[in-house]
Design a protein. Structure first.
Length: 149
């Protein structure tokens, strides 16, 4: 039940922030990113209802300008994630009231990758470059992510 293999997440941390992610922290990162994606989908679900629709559109997702810029930055590091593991992780949560449009579903791996990218960049604010991210630094980054996304 992983968003992606440990290698992919470690590569994103390395390419995005110049940090090595300890293998024993990968599961934590997966769980945090999984929870953030689901939180974003819950907001999108609310937006869908407010707009009187029964399908969640990509435009319903709470993608701020900063997140959109991070999507562009994530694309530059050329790490691609697969859709199937993302959908498997979402399946452990209560189902959403509305279905997602195909365009949104196809973008989920990019959104997940961007969230990992953002977490890596936040962690880098607490870590020396080219170091191994510590448990404390990752936990701080989680707190910042929770306050901002």
């Amino acid at each position: 039940m992983k968003v992606e293999g440990a290698y992919k997440i470690e590569q994103i941390f390395k390419k995005a922030a110049g940090l090595r992610l300890p293998k024993n922290r990968v599961k934590e990162v997966e769980e945090k990113i999984d929870a953030k994606l689901y939180d974003m989908l819950l907001v999108a679900q609310e937006n869908t209802g407010y707009n009187g629709r029964d399908v969640i559109w990509l435009s319903d997702m709470p993608l701020t300008n900063a997140i959109k810029r991070s999507v562009s930055e994530f694309e530059k590091i050329e790490e691609e994630l697969e859709l199937k593991p993302v959908l498997q992780r979402l399946a452990i949560h209560p189902p959403l009231r509305y279905e997602m449009e195909v365009a949104l579903e196809k973008r989920l791996p990019e959104i997940v990758g961007t969230l990992i990218y953002i977490l890596a960049r936040i962690t880098a604010e607490f870590s020396p470059k080219d170091s191994i991210a510590s448990e404390d630094e990752i936990k701080r980054a989680f707190r910042v992510l929770d306050m901002t996304v």
